[in-house]
Ligand binder design. Structure first.
Ligand SMILES: CC(=O)[C@@H](O)[C@H](O)COP(=O)(O)O
Length: 258
């Protein structure tokens, strides 16, 4: 079972809660996916204002899942730290998915700001889930600051490109065999989710591919199955690809023509 900061989660899929056509479809999609945790943007909820925010929060609570508030939309250390502290008050959890965005076009993390914000928040008792790149040095720094989980991207948020650098992801898995690694952002298809799970990643967090699908509930179900399939394949020992043919049918006993 997946264990994050001492909490056991039955599913290895975490879902975002933005961009769904309606609150009812969001709830049905989350249920169909089997996800055991959802991430929620404090900024988005506050932007919604008043009753809208309250209604959304009631809906999330009714799902009875683990809530992972995030600092989506924060572009500086100060903004991210302030948002995290507000999220802790509002959502009653010390979990925080830490995003410090460094570039408007790619939404890639500002890894320098991320490390600094992680230092402050870990020191303040938060369980920090940093949204980061696949850079090993940055990963080391984040672990050094007290992060016990890493969330590398596989492509820019919302791009649906899927793993653009499989070699880097494989290398990250190899370097940190004991750290829970959750691929976050850029997953576009269930096959992408299955692929990263086959690489040995511990979980997947995604949003856009489900929320913007023509049928979000069906797509959520498909992602749930893909994550489970990828995990089971990884645990069952995948074959290494070979350049030469290896007969799958025994040759012993075959007639020999001279
Ligand atoms: C929901 C969230 O917190 C983000 O990290 C992001 O939206 C996930 O990426 P995709 O939308 O590309 O799946």
């Amino acid at each position: 079972m997946l264990e994050l900061y001492g909490t056991k989660l039955p599913s290895r899929l975490l879902l975002g809660t933005a961009q769904y056509p309606s609150p009812a479809i969001l709830a049905d999609a989350v249920k169909a996916s089997g996800a055991s945790a959802v991430t929620v943007s404090l900024r988005r909820e506050m932007a919604g204002g008043g009753r809208g925010g309250e209604k959304f929060w009631s809906l999330i609570q009714s799902l009875r899942l683990h809530v992972l508030p995030n600092t989506a939309g924060c572009h500086s250390v100060k903004e991210a730290v302030t948002t995290a502290k507000m999220a802790r008050e509002i959502f009653g959890t010390n979990w925080i998915k830490l995003e410090v965005i460094g570039n408007h076009d790619t939404l890639q993390p500002d890894v320098f700001g991320l490390v600094e914000a992680a230092r402050i928040l870990c020191g303040d008792g938060f369980a920090v889930f940093p949204y980061t790149t696949d850079d090993l040095v940055v990963a080391e720094r984040l672990l050094g600051m007290g992060c016990k989980v890493l969330m590398p991207w596989c492509a820019p948020i919302g791009s649906a490109l899927g793993p653009v650098n499989v070699t880097a992801l494989r290398s990250m898995r190899g370097h940190f065999p004991d750290v829970p690694l959750i691929v976050d952002a850029g997953i576009g298809r269930p096959s992408h989710a299955a692929l990263v799970m086959e690489l040995g990643f511990d979980a997947v967090l995604l949003n856009t591919a489900v929320a913007r699908a023509a049928e979000p509930v069906g797509m959520a179900r498909a992602f749930g199955k893909a994550v489970d399939a990828g995990r089971e394949a990884y645990r069952s020992g995948l074959l290494e690809p070979r350049d030469v043919a290896v007969p799958s049918t025994p040759t012993i006993g075959q007639a020999v023509f001279q």
